[in-house]
Design a binder for this molecule. Structure first.
Ligand SMILES: Nc1nc2c(ncn2[C@@H]2O[C@H](COP(=O)(O)OP(=O)(O)O)[C@@H](O)[C@H]2O)c(=O)[nH]1
Ligand SMILES: [Mg+2]
Length: 466
């Protein structure tokens, strides 16, 4: 770790902007104690909740509230920390903040309190990230999982894996020194067995981490199709409220509209779009442009069609997509993101179903439902979970980020390289080298090995005051 904490004292309003019952100003650094003296006119006891008046430099009363002083290292950041819990009005809090700056503190950057906690070894990087993820979690399941990561469950799995890798490397390096025995030792099955066990352990953590990233990032779904197919009705049914306007007038929806829902804890961002058709109307054309943009980036595209009017099949799909301007979906792998939804089966008195439409090149899921009567919506919900490979874990899941997955995948590929060396060339030194790389990748996850750039990127996405 090369990043060092500076000796500045930092301050920030830790509560959200606006009015609230209580508002908190947080101060961390060497001046925290003298700031307390100046603002409170007395020396607070460590970790004691004082009900106190808070004054400005001229002695005028600014506010009254609870103040707590945490001497380092037993504080959130590991430094001296002062918390001023005043009344939650923006002018009061601004004045408190200004006074702390007058006393020599500077305004904290986003995430700077957490960054200091990390640098002072109060928590590792996954735990610091979990704080931000807990604050931003968009479902109960996500919040629970973030809490587990914050408790260190993810880090402890990574650390255990790292220890196993190091032990194997040390064992291999020790035997390299006895070169006559090296061959015997590398050919005996035990080394490979241990390595195989480590790879399997990595896969198990990877599978859990993948669930964790779904919980954190959620799934983006876009509902697309011709005007009047029932797109807005489907959005409303999934959201459980009348979010979008539904009429039988084609072209009602002209802008994209996003609703956040969750399916068994999986956060889903659903976008309703303007109906796709040729239009001379400027507003509608802009809406269609926005729809295209949403379609381009979605995890899943639901092509909604009126079952009675447009029973699209695999044979007619290409023509149909071209007709509504979605021919780009015919390009390589784009159809993998598409599901065809037959809506309005209530009119045809059909029952809901889910089938795969096959030809020699494609297999596309086809769901029959009714957005109006809500029959078949459960099939759609299950299908969306299946698309992401989401399986709610109940107990024991933890939150993870894409960055963690990337690092784990790189670690895994070094482990596989090590195994290939072991079974192929049998060069002990090369095996040890691969194991070292694998360990390094795991260290990036917990922050044992990181660059200042990466840390800057991670902490700057936090909120101010955290
Ligand atoms: N019978 C029936 N009508 C539906 C269904 N879904 C939507 N509609 C009707 O189709 C019309 C267009 O619906 P809307 O959701 O605005 O379609 P959009 O233009 O694709 O957003 C409205 O009159 C809806 O009430 C359905 O499942 N069954
Ligand atoms: Mg609509």
């Amino acid at each position: 770790m090369s990043l060092a904490t500076d000796s500045d004292t930092i301050c920030a309003i830790a509560t959200p902007p606006g009015r609230g019952g209580v508002g908190v100003v947080r101060v961390s650094g060497p001046l925290a104690k003298s700031i307390a003296n100046t603002l409170l006119h007395f020396d607070p006891n460590p970790r004691h909740a004082h009900y106190s008046s808070i004054y400005d430099a001229s002695g005028e009363l600014i506010d009254q509230g609870i103040v707590i002083f945490f001497p380092g290292p037993n504080s959130f950041t590991g430094e001296d920390v002062l918390e001023l819990q005043g009344h939650g009005g923006s002018f009061v809090l601004d004045r408190l903040l200004k006074e702390t700056v007058q006393c020599g503190a500077r305004l904290a950057r986003p995430g700077e309190f957490s960054e200091r906690a990390f640098i002072n070894d109060k928590m590792d990087l996954t735990q610091a990230e979990a704080i931000a993820d807990l604050i931003e979690s968009s479902s109960e399941e996500a919040a629970r999982s973030a809490m587990r990561t914050l408790q260190g469950e993810f880090s402890s799995l990574i650390n255990t894996l790292g220890t196993s890798i190091t032990e194997l490397r040390v064992y291999i390096e020790a035997s390299i020194d006895f070169s006559e025995e090296e061959i015997d030792f590398l050919t005996e099955g035990k080394t490979n067995e241990t390595l195989q066990g480590i790879i399997e352990q990595t896969d198990a953590i990877l599978a859990q981490a993948k669930q964790g990233t779904i919980l954190r990032e959620g799934m983006s779904v876009v509902i697309a199709g011709k005007p009047n197919a029932g797109k807005s009705s489907l959005l409303n049914s999934l959201a459980g409220r009348d979010a979008a306007i539904v009429t039988d007038i084609a072209g009602t929806t002209r802008d994209t509209l996003i609703e956040q829902i969750n399916i068994d804890g999986m956060p889903v961002h659903i976008t309703d779009t303007a109906g796709l058709r040729h239009s001379e109307d400027v507003v509608e054309r802009e809406g269609i442009k926005r729809a295209m943009k949403a379609i381009a980036s979605a995890d899943r595209i639901l092509l909604l069609v009126d079952a009675a009017k447009d029973p699209v099949t695999l044979e007619t799909l290409a023509t149909y997509l071209t007709e509504i301007g979605l021919e780009t979906l015919l390009e390589e792998h784009q159809l993998d993101r598409l599901s065809i939804i037959y809506n309005k089966i209530d009119i045809l008195s059909e029952t809901p179903s889910i089938v795969h439409l096959h030809d020699d090149k494609h297999s596309i899921v086809n769901i029959k439902l009714s957005a109006k009567s809500q029959d078949g919506l459960d099939l759609l919900r299950q299908h969306l979970k299946d698309c992401m490979g989401y399986s709610p874990s109940g107990e024991g899941g933890f939150i993870a980020r894409r960055r963690h997955l990337d690092a784990m995948l790189r670690a895994r590929s070094h482990l596989v390289d090590a195994q290939n060396q072991l079974l192929g060339s049998r060069e002990g030194e090369l095996v040890a080298e691969d194991l070292k790389h694998a360990h390094r990748c795991l260290g990036e996850i917990t922050g044992e090995f990181t660059t200042d750039d990466l840390l800057g990127k991670i902490f700057s996405s936090f909120c101010v005051g955290k």
